[in-house]
Design a protein around this ligand. Structure first.
Ligand code: HEM
Length: 523
């Protein structure tokens, strides 16, 4: 279980062997050495062991690592970070950051590996160098003020918890993402993918971002509660979540006192949160009653795993903690998977040669015996092109911000960072830095061929973060995206609609396509 939590107990400057960037791993069949939730790998500073440990984790997605660890040159002399140019009196960089956040952060690699940014209220440092990104993710795990703002919805789930409580609960939720469980959730993904493929008609104009968001939400909700009992609740949550997410993303980026004003938006948010709690509370009570009657019952879903989770001393999660974790999974999973799926189809529409390679692959795997079928968990090993497309999409369109709180003075890459500061890592900026990923705007899934990623730094591909807070749903997400891309592409080609430019827009921590309209063409 603790392999999911490499950063547990990390101290500043702890050995690199404890971090776990999964992204340097590649789909080449490898012996399965250790389950993703197996015992924690031995702690060692050997770079070779780093690569092996990461490979073990990612063998869940049938990938192997060719990663090497690059030494950092700039460590010896300690100095102050350069400040980003363009600050204005009082507001500092806020106008530039607030208007086009990740575009502003993308300019900072030219300034230095660690750059000071002036945002009123926060002493902020931005890390642009992938090796230092890796080091910071391993050393620091708390997120500070910004995430506390999301507490109204996320309650006391892992996203918000800090320190020892975070470590305990990460261990307890880990079995929910074990390989055997992912295989069971994959059955839900396969079913919903097939239903979605069957729901489109030739020539339909599809709002692709809405379609994919809906599919992602149904899949996460369907994996939370698989049984009959859960379908009504899943449907209810499906209606509640989109408005809650919209209101939440507004809250986290504005001053806290506004949340307490009796504004219509605040009242609506509070009402929706109460309704979500009531919906999940009812299903938790029903599951508990069923499990009390038959302790051997296994619903095979996330809720079942959470109710059976125990810590080292046999303690279970309370109803309120189970509820909070469910909401954390829903919120963590839905938006990011939906946006990534939408970007996949946008990029396929723009890159006919990539689309052709994908179609050749899915035809070989899913149409071998006649009409196209939906992709299943067991097909993943053969869906090599599909998986490369998923990784490349997550490079170009990952979350744009992860935040770490620096509790005490900390030296990173020779730069002194005062205690109490915020550290920003902008995955989109790292992923689009031409010095790290040449020709970054080009959608090139073959970047993820083993020979081409051999020298890539571990901090160069970080859509799921790293260290103690690395996304616990990473394998779930990769599985879901790969299966849905394969299933939908076996049946449909989505064509761009001429004359409608597709713009990037920031919603919460993600870059979404704004109005992605495409036309469905039967294959
Ligand atoms: C493409 C899909 C996804 C992306 C890009 C993504 C990205 C991330 C990132 C970057 C973090 C770490 C944030 C940080 O370092 O501060 C994170 C955390 C988290 N994710 Fe995901 N995620 C995805 C899917 C999922 C899914 C499917 C689930 C659950 C079903 C999930 C649940 C969570 C939770 C609970 C956390 C908080 C972990 C903690 O703080 O310990 N995510 N995710």
């Amino acid at each position: 279980m603790a392999t999911m939590l490499f950063g547990f107990g990390d101290k500043v400057g702890s050995p690199v062997a404890r971090e776990r960037n999964s992204w340097l791993l590649w789909p080449k069949p490898a012996p399965f050495r250790q389950s993703m939730i197996g015992p924690s790998p031995a702690i060692t500073s050997s770079p070779r062991v780093v690569a092996r440990s990461a490979r073990q984790i990612w063998s869940t997605f049938a990938m192997t690592s060719t990663a090497t660890v690059t030494p950092i040159a700039h460590r010896t002399v300690s100095h102050a970070a350069p400040t980003a140019p363009g600050a204005i009196p009082l507001l500092g960089h806020w106008p530039r950051f607030g208007r086009r956040p990740y575009r502003f952060l993308s300019t900072l690699a030219a300034v230095g590996p660690v750059v000071r940014v002036r945002i009123p209220g926060y002493d902020t440092y931005v890390v642009t160098d992938p090796e230092l990104v890796r080091e910071a993710f391993v050393a620091l795990s708390d997120q500070g003020l910004m995430i506390e703002r999301a507490e109204a919805l996320l309650g006391e789930g892992v996203t918000v918890l800090q320190g020892q409580r975070h470590r305990r609960e990460r261990r307890m939720i880990a079995p929910a993402f074990a390989k055997s469980r992912i295989a069971r959730y994959a059955a839900v993904m396969t079913r919903l993918g097939a239903e979605r493929a069957a729901s489109w008609r030739n020539g339909d104009f599809l709002a692709v971002n809405e379609q994919m968001h809906d599919l992602a939400l149904r899949t996460v909700a369907g994996s939370l509660f698989t049984g009959e009992l859960g379908s009504e609740t899943a449907e209810h949550i499906h209606r509640l979540l989109p408005p809650v997410m919209t209101l939440l993303s507004r809250r986290v980026t504005r001053p806290a006192w506004i949340d307490r004003l009796p504004l219509p938006g605040n009242r609506r948010f509070d009402r929706l949160v109460v309704q979500m709690k009531a919906a999940t509370g009812a299903i938790i009570a029903a599951y508990r009653a069923e499990l009390a009657a038959d302790p051997d019952l296994d619903h095979g879903d996330l809720l079942d795993t959470l109710l059976k989770a125990r810590d080292e001393s046999g303690g279970a999660l309370t109803d309120s903690q189970v509820h909070d974790e469910l909401i954390n999974f829903l919120v963590g999973g839905t938006e990011a998977i939906g946006a990534t799926l939408a970007w996949v189809f946008h990029e396929l529409g723009q890159n006919p040669e990539v689309e052709a390679a994908l179609h050749a692959e899915v035809d070989a795997v899913l149409r071998a015996d006649g009409p196209a079928r939906a992709a299943e968990f067991g097909d993943l090993a053969e869906l090599e092109v599909t998986k490369r497309i998923v990784l490349e999409t997550l490079r170009k369109y990952s979350p744009w911000l992860t935040v770490r709180h620096v509790p005490t003075p900390y030296t990173l890459g020779g730069v002194e960072i005062p205690g109490g500061s915020m550290l920003f890592v902008c995955p989109v900026a790292v992923h689009r830095d031409p010095a790290i990923h040449p020709d970054p705007q080009r959608f090139d899934p073959d970047r993820w061929l083993p020979e081409r990623m051999a020298d890539m730094s571990k901090g160069a591909h970080i859509p799921f973060g790293m260290g103690a807070r690395q996304c616990p749903g990473n394998v779930f997400a990769l599985t879901e995206i790969a299966l849905q891309v394969a299933t939908l592409s076996a049946h449909w080609r989505l064509r761009p609609v001429p004359g409608i430019p597709v713009r990037e827009t920031v919603i919460g921590a993600l870059v979404h396509p704004e109005k992605l309209l495409m036309r469905a063409e039967a294959r």
